[in-house]
Design a protein around this ligand. Structure first.
Ligand SMILES: NC(=O)c1ccc[n+]([C@@H]2O[C@H](COP(=O)([O-])OP(=O)(O)OC[C@H]3O[C@@H](n4cnc5c(N)ncnc54)[C@H](OP(=O)(O)O)[C@@H]3O)[C@@H](O)[C@H]2O)c1
Length: 478
């Protein structure tokens, strides 16, 4: 540690030499003087750990490559460890060992943080060292540091993000070129924007891990990926995107983390709401009903109400064309933060790619090196267990398209099902299709459980041929 305080080079060990690790290693080797001039820190690359040390790595001397990642972590000359391997088990072992040895860690590993963030932060706090992860959410976009530092005292009530470039590229192609989901995904793969197995992206797992991290940062609570309500984009159809466009909306896969204490208009309470029942977003909860504690709560640990109830979810949604997130196209990411004092903020940029992500990692590395020099570390707030609001009690407006047999009385039967579930229809459009008709509804604010009940009941009507797209509408709809 004394070495770095004197202004000597800071020795870095990089774990992983793939897209991000390789880019970072080359930045440190090829632009060492530039980085030193701009940041005030001279870095010395002590080693790069990989799975296959026999493979040649462009631009990286073979002498720096090692197959012994734990050996590099334990190497006494290595002062800062950068974890860019990915996955959970090996990364957890290596990062824990580094932190326990009093070495700051920089990582881009969302899966690791969404599963073990709280424990690793406790370890970093106990060792008095940094655990920095700017690149874990939205790649190059400065987001984690603004949430952790610039907005540290802010009362944030909602974070809404487009945090997965693959799905945003696919939805943009479907919206702008009328491509089918399959065509758009094939093109994304061809351009290297989707993995051969795109499940983690299209099913929302990647976005869910990022949503968990964002919720933890915004609300100082412990949210795991498994706590995130998740829906992917595979069921989004071009015709729903086209209807959305005609209604003034763009379809996006959103990651949302929000406090659930917004009032719901009394006019849109379910028909059966008991007199005196609170008109809040949690109106569906029975009086005295306990908020569910997240799986993150340690045994015997009380889910405190200090953080309040939150909802963390990933799903496709209709975004009003006038909303700043609607203009985020192709593989770009953006995160919209709403706070009591700061108002609305939007962070936009490249959410992935080796070089953009390595740029975010380098920023953390500079911070970690400066902290080493001053024998300090970033403040890591304690996190309380998350209190996750029951998804069925969330309120939003909905879009629904259904195909029905075109005969008298069908519309009345469908409308009765909505009414029976306390769902108020805001607008309806009917499109003729030979013997069938497509009915497109926009509802007023409705409880998720009631809307899902409506879908189930509609399936039981003979004249309903197919339930099509069902999409939440972003924002409060009158
Ligand atoms: N790529 C992006 O755009 C992006 C964006 C944001 C965040 N991230 C995150 O950044 C991290 C790295 O992503 P990436 O795209 O760079 O991954 P990648 O290209 O798959 O590279 C992974 C690297 O880890 C090495 N590795 C695997 N197992 C190892 C082990 N047991 N010991 C030592 N090295 C091992 C691999 O070695 P070999 O080279 O020998 O196979 C490879 O060099 C992930 O956590 C990812 O989620 C990536």
């Amino acid at each position: 540690m004394s070495k770095s305080r004197t202004g000597d080079p800071v020795a870095v060990g990089i774990l992983g030499c793939g897209n991000v690790g390789g880019s970072l290693a080359r930045m440190l080797l090829e632009d060492a003087a530039g980085v030193a001039e701009r940041s005030g820190v001279r870095f010395e690359l002590a080693g790069v750990a990989v799975a296959d040390p026999t493979r040649e790595r462009a631009g990286i001397p073979a002498g720096l490559i090692t197959g012994d990642a734990m050996g590099l972590v334990r190497d006494r000359s290595v002062e800062v460890v950068v974890e860019l391997i990915g996955g959970i088990d090996t990364a957890l072992e290596l990062v824990s060992a580094a932190l326990a040895a009093g070495k700051p860690v920089v990582t881009a590993n969302k899966a690791l943080l969404a599963e073990h963030g709280r424990g690793l932060e406790a370890l970093a706090r106990a060792s008095g060292v940094d655990l920095l992860y700017e690149a874990a959410v939205a790649g190059a976009i400065p987001l984690v540091r603004p949430l952790r530092e610039s907005l540290a005292g802010e009362s944030i009530h909602r974070v809404t993000g487009i945090v997965n470039g693959t799905t945003n590229f696919v939805l943009t192609m479907m919206s702008e070129l009328g491509s089918s989901y399959e065509e758009a995904l094939t093109e994304a793969k061809r351009l290297g924007m989707a993995e051969a197995d795109p499940t983690a992206d299209v099913e929302g797992f990647d976005a869910a891990a990022k949503a968990a991290i964002l919720a933890g940062l915004a609300f100082h609570c412990d949210v795991k990926a498994a706590d995130v309500q998740r829906e992917g984009i595979a069921s989004v159809r071009p015709l729903d995107i086209e209807f959305a466009r005609r209604l003034g909306y763009v379809v996006k896969l959103l990651a949302v983390a929000e406090r659930v204490d917004r009032p719901v208009p009394k006019a849109h309470m379910p028909a059966g709401a008991a007199p005196g029942e609170q008109a809040t977003a949690s109106a569906g909860a029975a009086p005295g009903e306990q908020a569910t504690a997240s799986a993150g709560a340690a045994p015997g640990e009380q889910a405190t109400a200090s953080a309040g109830e939150i909802s963390v979810r990933v799903h496709p949604a209709m975004v009003p064309a006038s909303h700043p997130l609607a203009s985020v196209r192709g593989p770009f990411n953006a995160v919209f933060v709403e706070g009591a004092g700061c108002g609305d903020l939007m962070f936009y940029g490249q959410g992935a790619g080796g070089l953009p992500t390595a740029s975010a990692v380098l920023g953390d590395l500079v911070d970690a090196a400066h902290h080493l020099r001053s024998a300090g570390a970033s403040y890591i707030p304690e996190r309380s267990p998350a209190v996750i609001h029951p998804p069925e009690d969330l309120w939003s407006a909905w879009y629904l398209s259904i195909d029905v047999v075109d005969r008298p009385g069908v519309l009345a039967a469908v409308a009765t099902v909505f009414g029976d579930h306390g769902i108020s229809i805001r607008s309806m459009e009917q499109v003729g299709l030979a013997d069938e008709a497509r009915l497109v509804f926009l509802t007023h604010m409705a409880r998720q459980g009631s809307f899902m009940g409506t879908l189930e009941a509609l399936k039981g009507i003979d004249a309903v041929e197919q339930i099509g797209g069902a999409l939440r509408v972003l924002g409060d709809v009158p």
